[in-house]
Design a binder for this molecule. Structure first.
Ligand SMILES: Nc1nc2c(ncn2[C@@H]2O[C@H](COP(=O)(O)OP(=O)(O)OP(=O)(O)O)[C@@H](O)[C@H]2O)c(=O)[nH]1
Ligand SMILES: [Mg+2]
Length: 368
């Protein structure tokens, strides 16, 4: 029998906590493959949540309470993970809201996915069969759907539909590895951070549909503005794709700047200036991509690794030049010269960026 621990973070959830816990026990007690434990991590609730849990502990086996200071959901989870790993060391850990928004009846489905080989199962509101409450106000709907779209495309992982869901089952080895990374995120954004970490460490991710229900008891604890800012900042600072795009812009500035300097100010031959500026931009792009955009897949610092990859990088870059030259010329032949810069921008966005991003990932900064 494998052990699974369900972590329920609580802050003033006295109205729902008993029902959640008894429902979890009812659903899981017959399961022959899993010994299910429950850990309530309470951040100093003032409404009697802890007293209620302490009462339940007297009746139910494998139920524990961890008391923490109120320092954010991420902090509460990390403390819960650490205690779980130290004391129980289970095979699997669940994250689940304690306000009845997440239906305990879904737990067996998560377990099935793990038995079938998944490392990280997400309860998704945005795949077929999943849903968000109908009565959510329009701004909440836009916020939730919009944030997920930004994250999905910011990380170039559109196949993962729900990045912010708090109903998940994650294998312990992954959580153990992720703790040093997620420790830095004390708020709700830690959910995005742990999933991003799992993907970058080649975890097998799967999603099952959940119907998210609105809370009936208590109040929401989420600070939406802070959450939006932290989420966008996280994506911006951690997405290879966004960094790669920025490196492209820096390359363009370097290329243009050097060309301008050598042609206009120093009066060098145009071909020599262009050669110098493009190659400088290629070298800087190569280094910035290696040490920044794709730093989690950084090349081994050996000449025998750098040289062939640098040549490949030059080759891909020459491909970009060729595609742009031919593409802009073709567009101009078809539609006239007037809007050449629009064609160039469109070609860069829709052809050059995907072309180079895909080739860099496939041939230079490969997944390890
Ligand atoms: N331990 C702990 N739990 C927290 C903290 N903040 C929120 N929680 C719990 O985390 C879960 C999710 O928080 P909610 O406020 O329900 O967030 P939400 O589900 O996005 O928002 P609602 O739909 O309004 O409920 C709930 O069980 C909360 O009690 C915290 O600082 N510490
Ligand atoms: Mg909730």
């Amino acid at each position: 029998m494998r052990k699974a621990v369900i972590i329920l973070p609580t802050y003033n959830e006295v109205g729902a906590i008993e029902q959640v816990i008894t429902e979890i026990y009812r659903i899981t007690k017959e399961n022959k493959n899993w010994e299910v434990h429950v850990l309530v991590v309470d951040s100093n609730s003032q409404d009697g949540t802890q007293e209620k849990v302490l009462k339940l502990i007297k009746k139910l086996p494998r139920l524990t309470l961890l008391q923490t200071e109120k320092k954010g959901l991420g902090k509460a989870y990390v403390q819960g993970f650490q205690q779980t790993l130290e004391r129980i060391n289970p095979y699997l850990i669940f994250e689940m809201d304690a306000d009845l928004s997440h239906d305990p009846k879904k737990i067996p489905e998560f377990l099935k996915q793990i038995e079938n080989g998944a490392d990280f199962v997400i309860g998704s509101r945005y795949i077929k069969g999943g849903s968000i409450p109908n009565n959510w106000g329009i701004h909440r709907k836009i916020f939730s759907v919009g944030a997920n779209l930004v994250i999905r495309f910011g990380f170039m992982k559109p196949q993962i539909t729900d990045w912010t869901s708090g109903f998940r089952a994650i294998k312990s080895w992954l959580i153990k590895k992720a703790i040093p990374h997620i420790k830095n995120y004390s708020g709700y954004v830690f959910q995005v951070a742990i999933l991003d970490f799992a993907i970058k460490h080649k975890a097998h991710i799967s999603e099952i549909p959940i119907q998210f229900k609105d809370r009936i008891h208590g109040k929401s604890k989420i600070n939406s503005i802070q959450y939006i800012i932290q989420t966008f900042l996280y994506v911006f600072l951690n997405s290879s794709f966004i960094k790669f795009a920025l490196v492209g812009v820096i390359g363009f500035i370097i290329d243009f700047g050097i060309s301008f300097l050598f042609i206009e100010k120093l009066k060098y031959a145009v071909w020599l200036s262009t050669l110098l500026s493009t190659e400088t931009a290629i070298v800087s792009n190569f280094l910035l991509n290696n040490f920044w955009s794709f730093s989690h897949k950084r090349l081994e610092p050996r000449l025998s690794v750098y040289l062939p990859n640098f040549l490949k990088f030059n080759f891909v870059s020459s491909g970009s030049v060729l595609i742009q030259t031919l593409g802009v010329q073709l567009a101009v032949n078809l539609f006239g010269r007037k809007l050449w810069y629009i064609y160039k921008i469109l070609i860069i966005i829709f052809i050059i960026i995907p072309y180079s991003y895909i080739l860099y990932n496939k041939f230079i900064w490969k997944e390890k």
